[in-house]
Design a protein around this ligand. Structure first.
Ligand code: SF4
Length: 247
């Protein structure tokens, strides 16, 4: 399938989340999939999509380090929306090499080693699937970081490390956390049970991912402070990519 023209991209960038999801799945069919780690945004994307098209693909990258509750939540989402989530796993040989090199906890000791772990467990499995897709739907939002707000859009072509490209669809790009919460309440969307957790110090999860790298934070802390809290600036796994770096 040929790339969309600038005019087509401009047009779909003006669509609402619902219209954009309907257009995307009608246009690309099996050549597009929702990539999600089953945080709020991804779950709302699945809910909206289920209302506007009959069938759609969803994939989850199983890094083998997610909390047990994530795997249980995926089963409940599959049952509720009558879908089969495609579970992607790290390559066995690459994982063995990584473990030989950094051991079980090496990813906690430097940004370089953490990125190496993300590459093998998360990015490579996703890239293998995405190589056969025209487009991928993800949950990037403008309010997640100043960089995303300034550089990303609802729909754009993402250049890949290998010189290829893929159409990135971010239907919730203009939604805020409050918009998501309103939609979840109004539509009775079931969300990941870890959002209900509260530590004895009042900390709650704002980001959910691998258990060794995502933590609950105080209510007044930014969401991304709960991700790789030992890193001051490097907060990206590299799954979303622009101009040679993770975003
Ligand atoms: S988030 Fe942490 S455990 Fe998960 S792949 Fe990245 S470094 Fe590894």
């Amino acid at each position: 399938m040929s790339k969309l023209s600038k005019e087509q991209l401009d047009e779909i960038n003006s669509f609402s989340a619902e219209r954009l999801l309907k257009w995307t799945f009608e246009h690309y069919g099996k050549q597009v999939a929702i990539g999600t780690s089953f945080q709020k945004t991804g779950t709302v994307i699945i809910d909206i999509t289920s209302r506007v098209v009959d069938s759609f693909r969803v994939y989850f990258v199983d890094t083998l380090r997610h909390p047990e509750s994530t795997y249980e939540f995926i089963k409940s989402v599959e049952a509720r929306y009558n879908i089969d989530v495609e579970i992607l796993k790290p390559d066995t040989e690459e994982l063995q090499q990584l473990n030989n090199q950094q051991g079980q906890w090496g990813h906690l000791f430097s940004a370089k080693e953490r990125k190496r772990c993300c590459q093998v467990r998360k990015i490579n499995p996703a890239r293998r699937l995405e190589a056969d897709l025209e487009a991928v739907v993800s949950g990037l939002r403008a309010d997640q970081s100043a960089f995303r707000a300034a550089n990303m859009k609802k729909a754009y072509y993402e250049n890949r490390e290998d010189g290829g490209h893929i159409l990135k669809i971010n239907p919730m790009f203009e939604w805020t956390e409050a918009d998501l919460d309103d939609y979840i309440a109004e539509n009775d969307v079931q969300i990941h049970p870890l959002y209900d957790y509260e530590s004895e110090h009042g900390e709650k999860y704002k980001v959910i991912g691998c258990g060794t790298c995502h933590f609950p934070v105080q209510p007044d802390r930014p969401a991304r402070s709960g991700k790789f809290p030992w890193e001051r600036s490097e907060k990206e796994c590299g799954l979303h990519y622009k101009d040679g770096g993770g975003i």
